[in-house]
Write a protein that binds this ligand. Structure first.
Ligand SMILES: C[S@@+](CC[C@H](N)C(=O)[O-])C[C@H]1O[C@@H](n2cnc3c(N)ncnc32)[C@H](O)[C@@H]1O
Length: 329
């Protein structure tokens, strides 16, 4: 749990001494900038009302009570929102109708500035994907970037991965690609903030970053072959069952276009896939899919690291498989 995700251990007000009547706030929520985002319905027994009262409880009053309790506990939170629908579409967002503001300012559009280890990015909470829970993973990637590397960030969303790499490492060039125009615009705003951020230690961070708006499948074939030292590929989820029963092709089309732009000898890729819990820790299906795609382009590969980086649904995990290309002799 990092600084932007709260659970019982970080947000615990079991006592009943406040005037809101709340016994216990939601067990977990994310903090994105000044927005607290609750991901699912809160069980009604989390609120301290008698049975008779709870039968009559009005849903919006109930959620307003929850929201106000969260804001009372954390003064930096100005909006509490409830995500009422699952992430959908290519953009992996919930859309305007999938978010309900339950306390604080009724802001529309719901845009906020999120700071992660001192680097800021702009997030449109309704129309883009962003997860603060990936902060430690972003840091892990930054720690691997060596001076002078050329790094490609696919599916870059609001740009936090790319901004972290540009701001925190001595990569000579960082190229980010994102399809959703709203997310790409957030990333461009983050890039402008990067140039003004005194906390950024690596010079020329904003200038070293290029944001391309469009489809990875169309843009990658136009980029120079064999040119990137490192590729980050947090591929989007293809429907509900992706990763659960091994449905879909596991993002194979994306692998096919990204492998040719990697340096064939020593290029590294952080490939984010979806895997069912029974596939952990080895994630053989993912590893096999990468191996088959490498065979097609005539490259050898070695797996460097496999880890689960979070859960996306019951028994469905986001996994990262890091692999390195090795030139076949
Ligand atoms: C799971 S989100 C990851 C966003 C970002 N990396 C992050 O962690 O905050 C996947 C992103 O890929 C984008 N996307 C989906 N299909 C794409 C494609 N074919 N080309 C480029 N971007 C795409 C979506 O709009 C979304 O922002």
């Amino acid at each position: 749990v990092d600084e932007h995700c709260y659970n019982d251990s970080t947000f615990n007000c079991e006592s009943h001494d406040d005037s809101t009547g709340v016994k216990r706030p939601p067990r977990s929520f994310d903090v994105v900038g000044d927005v607290a985002l609750i991901h699912s319905g809160v069980p009604k027994n989390d609120i301290n009302l008698s049975d008779q009262e709870s039968n009559h409880v009005n849903e919006s009053a109930y959620f307003a009570t929850i929201g106000e309790a969260i804001m009372k506990k954390n003064k930096a939170i100005k909006v509490v929102a409830l995500r009422t629908s699952a992430l959908g579409g290519n953009e992996r967002c919930c859309g305007e109708s999938g978010i309900k503001i339950i306390a604080g300012n009724q802001r529309s559009p719901l845009i906020t500035t999120h700071s992660e280890y001192g680097i800021k990015c702009v997030v449109d909470v309704e129309r883009t994907f962003f997860s603060p829970r990936m902060g430690p993973e972003r840091l892990r990637i930054c720690q691997q970037v060596a001076r002078g590397e050329k790094v490609l960030v696919l599916f870059s969303g609001c740009g936090m991965d790319a901004l972290q790499i540009a701001g925190r490492t001595e990569a000579c060039e960082v190229v980010a690609i994102e399809l959703n125009p709203v997310a790409a615009e957030c990333a461009r705003r983050g890039q402008r903030m990067l140039s003004r951020n005194k906390g950024v230690k690596c010079p020329g961070a904003a200038e070293r970053l290029t944001i391309l708006e469009g489809d990875v499948l169309e843009i990658l074939p136009k980029l120079e072959r064999h040119s990137f030292d490192r590729v980050l590929a947090p591929r989007p989820k293809e429907g509900k069952m992706d990763g659960d029963l091994g449905a879909g092709d596991g993002g194979r089309a994306f692998l096919d276009v990204l492998l040719p732009v990697m340096k064939p000898s020593g290029g590294e890729c952080h490939w984010y896939d979806f895997a069912a819990s029974h596939e952990l820790p080895a994630c053989n299906r993912t590893a096999e899919s990468i191996r088959r795609a490498c065979d097609v382009v005539g490259c050898g590969m070695e797996i460097i690291h496999v880890a689960s980086v979070g859960s996306v649904a019951k028994r469905q995990n986001r996994v990262c498989v890091d692999f390195r290309l090795i030139e076949n002799r």
